[in-house]
Design a protein around this ligand. Structure first.
Ligand code: GAL
Length: 376
C-alpha cells in the first residue's frame, strides 16, 4: 500500500513537471490543463482580454450523444498559449426540461466577444433543440459581466426574419420559391439543384434564416459580425451585429452560394479578411477551403485548400474552429482545429498549426511539434 502511494505520488510529481515544462504545441496529442486533466473545450473560440487568452469550448462526454450539451461551455485561461488553467463551466445547461438550454440540447461552436461599450462579454453559439437533431438550426446568446462567466441565458432564435440579404438581385427577390425548396431538408452534402435556384433564404424569410456552424468576428472599428452556415448549409451568411452585440442591424450578405462551407474561421491581416472553412461532411474530415476579401461582406476570392503534404485532403484529419492571432508578434496566426472522435467525443484532439503566407495564399503544414518561435 505504502509502495503504491509513493509511486502514485511520483507519477503525480513527474506529470506536473512535464506539464510545467511543456513549451510546445503537439497537434493531435492529448493536451492537459494545469491540473493534469485533458482540456475539454471542443469547437472552441478564443478571446484575448487584459493580457490573458481565454479558450471557450463545448464540454463533451463519452457516449453516442456525448457531443450534445450535458454540461455546457468550458473556459480556460492562459498567458503563454501553452499552459491552460481550467476556469470552470462558463455557461451551464439548465435542469428544467422546458428550458431552451435544457440538458441534452445542442450548444455548438460557442464564441465569446467583449463589448467595449456595454462592458459585457457576449457568447453566441449554434443551438439545436433537445432531441431534434440539427433541424432547428438556431442561434443562442448568453451574456456575462465577467469573462469566465457565469453566462446568463439571453435567448435562442432564427436570425433576421423579414430581412433580405443586401447582395441579391431584384430578380431573385421577385422569383417565386420552387416547391422543391419548400419541402427540402438537408440530408448531408449536396443540394438537388443549384443553391441559388432554390431560393432557400427566401423560403426562410418569415421564420428567420437557418444558422448552424458559426463564428463571430470583431473588426478594428468595434463592429462585430456573425458568420454562419445557412440555407441548408449550402451558403454562408455574414451578418452585422447591433452595437450591443445582442442582435443584428439587419444588414447581411450571402457568401459562397452552394459551396457548403462549414466551420468558418475568420482573421484579418494587412487590411484583408481571410476565411478558412471546411466542406460539409459531418464529423468526417474533408479538405479545408480558404478565401480572401477586402471587406467581410465580400466579394470573396477563393484561394483553395491551404493544407499541404500528407493528409492535406482531410485537413490533417481535423476540422477548423478558429484562427487565433498571437499577441505581440507580427502576422502570427494559429489555425485551431478539432480532430473529432464520434465514438468517444470527449477524446477529440486539438490540432494547432501556424498559418503561413505564401504568394498571397494561405498555407498550413503538418508539424508533430512546434512553438511560437515559428513566428517572427
Ligand atoms: C460538423 C459540424 C460540427 C457538428 C457536426 C455534427 O460538420 O462542423 O459542429 O455539427 O457536423 O455532425
Amino acid at each position: 500500500m505504502k509502495k503504491r502511494l509513493i509511486s502514485m505520488f511520483l507519477v503525480l510529481i513527474l506529470g506536473t513537471a512535464l506539464i510545467a515544462e511543456n513549451r510546445s504545441f503537439q497537434p493531435g496529442k492529448i493536451w492537459y490543463d494545469t491540473t493534469g486533466n485533458p482540456i475539454n473545450a471542443h469547437a472552441g473560440g478564443f478571446l484575448f482580454h487584459e493580457d490573458t487568452y481565454y479558450w471557450f469550448g463545448q464540454i463533451m462526454i463519452p457516449g453516442s450523444r456525448g457531443s450534445d450539451a450535458w454540461v455546457g461551455v468550458s473556459c480556460y485561461s492562459s498567458t503563454d498559449l501553452y499552459h491552460w488553467e481550467y476556469k470552470g463551466v462558463a455557461f451551464q445547461v439548465d435542469d428544467h426540461a422546458a428550458h431552451p438550454v435544457t440538458r441534452g440540447c445542442k450548444i455548438e461552436r460557442p464564441k465569446v466577444i467583449y463589448n467595449e461599450k456595454t462592458k459585457k462579454f457576449v457568447m453566441w453559439w449554434h443551438h439545436d433543440i433537445n432531441g431534434q437533431g440539427h433541424k432547428n438550426a438556431m442561434t443562442g446568446i448568453a451574456m456575462s459581466d465577467k469573462v469566465e462567466g457565469p453566462y446568463e441565458f439571453v435567448r435562442i432564435f432564427r436570425p433576421l426574419p423579414g430581412f433580405y440579404p443586401f447582395n441579391i438581385s431584384e430578380e431573385m427577390k421577385n422569383r417565386p420559391v420552387p416547391d422543391m425548396a419548400k419541402n427540402f431538408s438537408f440530408t448531408g452534402g449536396s443540394l438537388p439543384a443549384e443553391a441559388d435556384s432554390l431560393l432557400i433564404f427566401k423560403r426562410d424569410l418569415h421564420t428567420g434564416q437557418m444558422a448552424r456552424d458559426m463564428t463571430l468576428f470583431v473588426d478594428d472599428d468595434g463592429k462585430a459580425y456573425h458568420i454562419y452556415s445557412s440555407e441548408e448549409n449550402a451558403t454562408l451568411h455574414i451578418a452585422e451585429l447591433s452595437d450591443d452585440y445582442l442582435g443584428y442591424t439587419g444588414r447581411y450578405a450571402r457568401a459562397f452560394p452552394g459551396r457548403f462551407m462549414e466551420a468558418p474561421a475568420i482573421f484579418k491581416k494587412d487590411g484583408n479578411y481571410y476565411i478558412i472553412a471546411s466542406g460539409c461532411t459531418g464529423w468526417a474530415p474533408n479538405a479545408a477551403r480558404s478565401a480572401v476579401a477586402n471587406h467581410l461582406f465580400g466579394p470573396w476570392e477563393e484561394l483553395g485548400n491551404p493544407c499541404q503534404g500528407n493528409e492535406a485532403e482531410t485537413t490533417f484529419n481535423s476540422q477548423g474552429t478558429f484562427v487565433l492571432p498571437v499577441q505581440g508578434k507580427k502576422n502570427a496566426f494559429i489555425f485551431v482545429a478539432d480532430r473529432w472522435n464520434p465514438s468517444c467525443p470527449n477524446d477529440a484532439r486539438y490540432v494547432w498549426l501556424p498559418v503561413e503566407f505564401k504568394e498571397n495564399k494561405l498555407m498550413l503544414r503538418w508539424k508533430d511539434e512546434w512553438d511560437l518561435n515559428e513566428f517572427e
